[in-house]
Design a protein around this ligand. Structure first.
Ligand code: NAI
Length: 298
């Protein structure tokens, strides 16, 4: 089979001044895409801005013969998000690919978490993903083509101590991904999410030496590039990517226990049966779940 090309495609990658986003930008550009490298340039906690991170990646891409421009706006601003999409369209004529990757951490046990620590993390991850996608969406609808790759995390999918703000935002992004996949389907727009694991400034302090070696961010980039390619059929999926492993997270539903005259004692007595994961299904939409429920009812 032939190599996958992104020749002529235009990609906006948020938070691409370092870490995973930089790898995505480098790979897409190496395969022929024009890349808008967005990065606000603050620290891992989202403090500060500037620092030239986006411009440095643009220079790296250009030095390798690729095509890129820098954007230093914040995804957490609706107008900033509009400006980065406009820059893609004005500079390169279109926007085919959006990789919502920008992110920060403000970890703290829930009982100590302040309102601002809740808000700023939701703003960058969840609202940021809404905002940039909201501005790219009309262009993709008009072109009847688009590939959106959002960024989730096992911290939300599974839960991780001290990350209630981050985990909630990352699971919120899964809900957004699922809904937009349905809304985009008739217009050729695919929306998926990646749950990455990589050694970056965000994670390096918590990794064992072995994990640090395995979790090279460049081992995540091929998965994101595949999700961004026109030949990838997936939409509405959450793909785990790290250390070169590609796998799928999904929301499953157990067959459960049904009684027409359910009582609290019956719930107690059939608790294990209700939760038994044997024979689970992965419903594609609420109608599929309802059909299963009605089948069990009759
Ligand atoms: P990183 O800190 O190297 O990259 C995040 C980038 O986003 C930074 O360059 C930062 O300047 C930029 N950014 C922050 N706020 C911004 C804003 N308001 N507007 C524009 N840019 C902004 O960390 P990493 O690991 O590369 O993270 C990339 C994404 O992957 C994040 O969404 C993160 O939550 C997610 N993730 C990473 C994991 C890992 O193992 N590294 C695990 C799970 C999720």
């Amino acid at each position: 089979m032939s190599d996958l090309s992104f020749e002529g495609r235009v990609a906006l990658v948020t938070g691409a001044g370092g870490g995973l986003g930089r790898e995505y930008g480098l790979l897409l550009a190496a395969r022929g895409a024009h890349v808008v490298v967005n990065d606000l340039g603050g620290d891992v906690g989202g403090h500060g801005a500037g620092g030239g991170a986006a411009q440095r990646v643009v220079e790296e891409i250009r030095a390798l013969g690729g095509s890129a421009v820098a954007n230093t706006g914040s995804v957490a601003s609706f107008d900033g998000a509009a400006a980065m999409v406009a820059q893609a369209v004005e500079t390169f004529g279109r926007i085919d690919i959006l990789i919502n990757n920008a992110g920060i951490l403000r970890d703290k046990a829930f009982h100590n978490m302040s309102a601002s620590e809740i808000d700023v993390v939701l703003d960058v991850h969840l609202r940021g993903t809404f905002y940039v996608t909201r501005h790219a969406w009309p262009h993709m609808r008009a072109a009847s083509y688009g590939r959106v790759v959002n960024t989730s995390s096992n911290s939300g999918l599974i839960g991780n101590f001290g990350q209630s703000n981050y985990g909630a935002a990352k699971m919120g992004i899964v809900g957004l991904t699922r809904v937009l996949a349905k809304e985009g389907a008739r217009r050729g727009i695919h929306v998926n999410a990646v749950a990455p694991a990589a050694r970056t400034r965000m994670t390096e302090s918590v990794l064992s030496p072995q994990a640090a070696e395995a979790l090279e961010p460049s081992r995540v980039a091929p998965v994101v590039a595949w999700l961004a390619h026109e030949s990838c059929p997936a939409t509405g999926e959450v793909i785990s990517a790290g250390a070169g492993r590609v796998a799928r997270y999904f929301v499953g539903l157990t067959p459960g226990f049904l009684s027409r005259d359910l009582t609290v004692e019956k719930v107690r007595d059939h608790w294990d049966e209700a939760r038994d994961t044997g024979g689970f299904i992965v419903p594609d939409d609420p109608a599929e779940e309802m059909a299963l429920l009605m089948k069990q009812w009759t």
